[in-house]
Design a protein around this ligand. Structure first.
Ligand code: ZN
Length: 402
């Protein structure tokens, strides 16, 4: 009988032993600092953007309490933010492999792993992880966005279109604009392969997705030019600038090239008419600068002065406008005696123009000299706006659009 009682008491003894062990373990841990306090301290560091201190605090919390899911998650993200992607991957992999996790927690840890792979440039592994999650009710949209990132990086535009359609079904905003740009990328590839009909089909799809997309008009202009229909190419280029004036930096040199290369006897007159419409009608500074250049060729000083006044009223005054003004002054008879000084002035402005950015992202402020349709920094589409014009780019060698 007494033996049976002993058996009944066994679980209680075991539990109390476990409690005692746990208590002494906690006491030992608590002697350093209570985990909750240290955790909150870590959060405060995070809010103050003190990543290193936050990281130290969360590492200590994790050492004390190995089971905390959220803390491990934060720790993994912090390592990723610091660029220590290998450590982030290890944390998220270990986390996702824990048998005690709920389904939602496992999905969360796996998704974080996908983001680590993406940042590490391990695109195949990121793709596998995100594909695994794309039907998840809790992380499906984020996984699709991750996949979109993978395909944009790989420039796999067909897959990007497919993912865009899935995101659109989920009600994610602005997907149509992104998809329109994917179609434009596909159109551009078709042009490079001389498949003009296919290119125009992609352009039509882009316009259906985002009516009035200037980039689509520029692609149509490119096809028209390659087919020898220069008047149509010019009309479409003008239309694109009128719709999106900040694209003038990109398009005006092309319009100059199209007019001058048309072989038409009234090429100069028609170029002047196009530029006048953009400069006087739409107040586009880049067109004023191009007009000054045209007037320099034909020695029309008064008209050039009118455009110069318009350029000088801009803030900031584009360096390309000042450079064109100095080139004008150099040829005036009244300043011939100061040719060397004006040449030095011209050279200083040319150096400045050569070293300054020509485009800026209207969203994140990224600046660069080359126009790209997707910002390399914030990855938004069609956010680069012209700041200045590269006047030293010979008109005959202007890069083909878009
Ligand atoms: Zn940007």
């Amino acid at each position: 009988m007494s033996g049976q009682w002993f058996l009944l008491l066994l679980p209680v003894a075991a539990a109390s032993g476990w409690l005692a062990a746990r208590y002494s373990w906690s006491r030992k841990a608590m002697s350093r600092e209570p985990p909750l306090d240290r955790y909150l301290e870590g959060v405060r560091y995070l809010l103050d953007d003190q990543t290193d201190r936050a990281l130290q605090a969360f590492i200590e919390v994790v050492e004390i309490d190995h089971e905390t899911f959220e803390t491990h998650l934060i720790l993994g993200r912090l390592f990723r933010r610091r660029g220590e992607v290998d450590r982030a991957i290890r944390i998220h992999q270990n986390l996702a492999a824990r048998p005690s996790l709920t389904d939602a927690q496992r999905v969360q840890a796996t998704y974080e792993m996908g983001r680590d792979f993406l940042l590490a440039g391990m695109l195949d592994r990121a793709e596998n992880v995100f594909r695994e999650l794309m039907d998840s009710p809790t992380a499906g949209v984020r996984a699709l966005e991750g996949l979109r990132n993978v395909y944009e990086t790989q420039r796999d535009w067909q897959q990007a279109v497919w993912i865009g359609a899935r995101l659109q079904e989920q009600g994610v905003p602005f997907e149509a604009l992104r998809m329109a740009h994917y179609e434009c990328e596909l159109g551009l590839l078709a042009i490079e392969k001389q498949r003009m009909e296919e290119a125009l089909e992609h352009v039509d799809r882009a316009i259906a997705l985002s009516p009035g997309l200037s980039r689509a008009l520029l692609l149509q202009a490119e096809v028209a030019e390659r087919r020898g229909d220069i008047p149509l190419a010019i009309r479409l280029g003008r239309e694109a600038v009128e719709l999106t004036p900040p694209l003038a930096t990109l398009v005006v040199p092309k319009l100059e090239r199209l007019h001058m290369g048309s072989g038409s006897p009234d090429a100069l007159e028609s170029l002047e008419a196009t530029l006048m419409e953009l400069a006087n009608g739409k107040r586009i500074t880049v067109a004023s600068i191009a007009l000054m250049r045209l007037y320099r060729r034909t020695n029309r000083f008064d008209e050039a002065l009118t455009q110069l006044q318009r350029i000088l009223a801009q803030r900031p005054v584009p360096t390309s406008g000042l450079l064109e003004a100095v080139r004008w002054m150099k040829i005036l008879p009244a300043v011939q005696a100061y040719g060397a000084e004006f040449s030095a002035f011209e050279k200083a402005l040319m150096d400045q123009l050569r070293n300054q950015p020509l485009y800026q992202c209207s969203h994140c402020g990224y600046q660069g000299r080359a126009h790209v349709w997707q910002c390399p920094s914030c990855r938004r589409w069609d956010t680069l706006r012209g700041m200045d014009l590269d006047l030293d780019q010979p008109v005959t060698q202007v890069q083909a659009l878009p």
